[in-house]
Design a protein around this ligand. Structure first.
Ligand SMILES: [Zn+2]
Length: 64
């Protein structure tokens, strides 16, 4: 299941941290690949999937 070190409190809810950029998320917005949680932007980088509502191009990782 979920490793406690990967959990965070985002917006008052217990949730996972993105396995790539470390951003805190709530479970409702986390995307799962191979049992790891990713935020949407990292998920799109990994899968190549592009949200039709956000046609912008993403260059590099958001590491802030
Ligand atoms: Zn991420």
């Amino acid at each position: 299941m979920v490793n406690a070190e990967k959990l965070s409190i985002a917006r008052g809810q217990l949730g996972p941290k993105c396995a790539m950029c470390g951003d805190p998320m709530i479970f409702g917005e986390a995307l799962v690949i191979d049992s790891e949680y990713y935020c949407q932007s990292c998920y799109e980088k990994i899968t190549g999937a592009v949200s039709s509502s956000e046609p912008k191009e993403v260059a590099g990782l958001r590491m802030d």
